[in-house]
Design a protein around this ligand. Structure first.
Ligand code: AHR
Length: 505
C-alpha cells in the first residue's frame, strides 16, 4: 500500500468568514410521530417532571448544545389551529393532523413549548400557519406570545399561567409553501403576497422580529430559483431570512452519500445568487440571508417514513424513526461543517428533528433515552465552535460518486477564539475507501499545542447505535495528530469526522 493522498490546508486567523453563530446549532420539534408525545413530553414516564416533560430528554438536549428550536412544524403547521393548544388541557380538542394522518390530542401547545424551551435553555423559533390560515391568525398568535399584557390575547395567556410575554424573536412565515403535499400550498406570487402582508402586520406589532420567508422546499423542486426570485421580489424589505430545506438519503452508494456536504455547498451558493439577484434588481442596501431550517440525513423512501392511511388516525405513531449509521454521522458532521463555513450567509439552521423523528435523540415510551450516532459530531461542534469562522485555503484530492462528480475529499472548517486562546479544526474525509493525510500550514496561529484530537469512524461504517448499545463506537483519540514547525499533520481514516482543538498562546 502506498502513502495516503494528502490534503493541504492553510489556516490563518487573518482570513475570516464571519462570526460563529450559536443559531447554526438549532434543531426542530414538530408535532410529528413521537417527537412531542413520548419524545419531549410523557407525563406517565418515571423521569417526567411536574410539567410532564421527560428530564432524560431535557438533559440530552442540553448536552447536544441546541440553540434555537423551531416549532410546531413542518408540514403539521399548515393545518394547525394554535388556539386548540392553549387553555385548560381537559377542554382542548382532539384534532386530525392531516399532514401526518395522525390524531393530535393538543396536550402540548405554545405555552408548554415555551416552558419546555426555558427548561432546555433553547430559543424558541415559531412557525405560523399560512396554509389553511392567514395574516389575522398569525397576528393573533404573535399577540398571544409576545404582548406582555392589556390585550385580549395577552390576558388569555396570563390567565393560562404566563404573566409575561415570551419575547419570541424568530418567526417562520409558513412552511414549504411550494410543495404540493403542503395543505394550502400556493404559487410563488400568491405566497409572496401573503407572506408580505403577514410580515408587514407582524412588524407593526414588533419591528424587531426576525422573519423567515419560505424558500423552495428542496433544490430538486421545479420551482426552486424562480420561487425565490418571486417571493423575495414581494417580501425583500420585510423579511430577514429565506428558508432552505435539504435532506440526504443513502441509496446504497456510500461514496455518493458522502458527497452530501458538497451538494449542500452548491445549494447554498445557488440560494445566495437568487437572493442577491433580487437585492441588485431592487438596488437595496438590505441583506437577506439564509435560515437553513431543515437539514439532515433522512432515508425518506424507506418504510419508516410512511404515514398511516385509511381510518387509522393514531396518536404519536412511529414515524420517520430512522436509525443512523456511523457514515450518516460523518455526513451530518460534514453538513454542519458546511453550514459553519457559510456563516456569512447562513445565519440560522435547524437540524430536523430533535427527538425520535429523524433525530439524534431516541426514546422508548416509558423507558430509556439514548443517543444516535449523529448526536456526537453535533454535540462536539456546538460545544467547541467559538469566536470567528476562518477562511481556509484547501487543496484536496477529488472524488466522484454516483451522480456527483469531482468533489473534494476533504471538507474542513476552523474556528478561532482569540479571547479563549483556542483554534478548532473540524475535518471530514469523504472517501469511502482511502485514508487522507491532512497537512495544515498553521504558522499564522503562532505557538500552538494540541489540546484534544478526536475522530469518529468505524471499521464497519454501517454500525448503528441502539438502546442496548449506544456507546461501543464513540469519537476516540486520534493519536496521529502532531504539531511541529508551523505544521499540523493528521491521518484521517476513510469515512471519518474529526475535531482537533489547539491551544493558541
Ligand atoms: O422534517 C420532516 C418534514 O420534512 C417536515 O414536516 C417538512 O417541512 C419537510 O418536508
Amino acid at each position: 500500500m502506498g502513502e495516503p493522498a494528502a490534503a493541504k490546508v492553510t489556516i490563518d486567523p487573518a482570513f475570516t468568514v464571519g462570526p460563529v453563530r450559536t443559531r447554526t446549532f438549532g434543531a426542530f420539534v414538530e408535532h410529528l410521530g413521537r417527537c412531542v408525545y413520548t419524545g419531549i413530553f410523557e407525563p406517565e414516564h418515571p423521569k417526567a417532571d411536574e410539567d410532564g416533560f421527560r428530564t432524560d430528554v431535557l438533559e440530552l438536549t442540553r448536552e447536544l448544545g441546541v440553540s434555537t428550536v423551531r416549532y410546531p412544524g413542518g408540514n403539521f403547521v399548515s393545518g394547525y389551529r394554535w388556539e386548540d393548544g392553549v387553555g385548560p388541557v381537559e377542554q382542548r380538542p382532539e384534532r386530525l393532523d392531516l399532514a401526518w394522518h395522525s390524531m393530535d390530542p393538543n396536550l402540548v401547545g405554545v405555552d408548554e413549548f415555551a416552558k419546555w424551551s426555558a427548561k432546555a435553555g433553547v430559543e424558541p423559533m415559531m412557525a405560523v400557519n399560512l396554509g389553511t390560515r392567514g395574516t389575522q391568525e398569525a397576528l393573533d398568535l404573535l399577540e398571544y406570545c409576545n404582548i406582555d399584557g392589556g390585550t385580549a390575547f395577552s390576558k388569555q395567556r396570563q390567565a393560562n399561567g404566563a404573566e409575561n410575554g415570551y419575547g419570541i424573536k424568530m418567526w417562520c412565515l409558513g412552511n414549504e409553501m411550494d410543495g404540493p403535499w403542503q395543505i394550502g400550498h400556493k404559487n410563488a406570487l400568491e405566497y409572496g403576497r401573503l407572506a408580505a402582508d403577514t410580515a408587514r402586520g407582524m412588524r407593526m406589532i414588533d419591528p424587531d422580529l426576525e422573519l423567515v420567508a419560505c424558500g423552495s422546499s428542496a433544490p430538486t423542486m421545479a420551482t426552486f430559483g424562480e420561487w425565490e426570485r418571486v417571493v423575495l421580489t414581494e417580501t425583500y424589505e420585510l423579511v430577514d431570512l429565506i428558508s432552505a430545506h435539504q435532506y440526504f438519503e443513502d441509496f446504497g452508494d456510500l461514496q455518493e452519500h458522502l458527497s452530501a456536504g458538497h451538494r449542500m455547498q452548491s445549494f447554498i451558493a445557488d440560494i445566495v445568487s437568487h437572493i442577491d439577484h433580487v437585492k441588485s434588481v431592487k438596488k437595496s442596501s438590505k441583506q437577506v440571508n439564509i435560515s437553513f431550517d431543515e437539514w439532515n440525513v433522512w432515508h425518506m423512501s424507506r418504510a419508516e417514513s410512511k404515514a398511516p392511511t385509511g381510518k387509522d388516525w393514531p396518536v404519536a405513531p412511529v414515524l420517520l424513526e430512522d436509525r443512523y449509521t456511523v457514515a450518516d454521522a460523518v455526513v451530518v458532521g460534514d453538513l454542519l461543517i458546511t453550514l459553519l463555513r457559510n456563516t456569512d450567509r447562513v445565519h440560522s439552521a435547524s437540524l430536523a428533528q430533535l427527538v425520535n423523528v429523524i433525530a439524534p435523540i431516541m426514546t422508548e415510551p416509558g423507558g430509556r433515552a439514548w443517543k444516535q450516532t449523529t448526536f456526537h459530531p453535533f454535540a462536539l461542534m456546538s460545544r467547541h465552535s467559538a469566536g470567528t469562522v476562518l477562511q481556509l485555503a484547501v487543496e484536496s484530492p477529488r472524488l466522484s460518486g454516483g451522480n456527483t462528480a469531482d468533489f473534494p475529499a476533504l471538507s474542513a472548517v476552523a474556528t478561532f477564539d482569540a479571547e479563549a486562546g483556542e483554534a478548532v479544526v473540524f475535518a471530514v474525509n469523504r472517501s469511502a475507501t482511502d485514508a487522507l493525510a491532512l497537512d495544515a500550514a498553521i504558522a499564522g496561529l503562532g505557538d500552538v499545542s494540541v489540546v484534544e484530537a478526536l475522530t469518529y469512524t468505524n471499521k464497519d461504517p454501517y454500525w448503528q447505535a441502539t438502546a442496548d448499545d449506544s456507546t461501543s463506537v464513540l469519537p476516540a483519540d486520534n493519536v496521529s495528530v502532531k504539531v511541529d514547525g508551523g505544521r499540523l499533520t493528521a491521518a484521517l481514516p476513510a469515512v471519518s469526522w474529526s475535531m482537533i482543538r489547539l491551544a493558541v498562546k
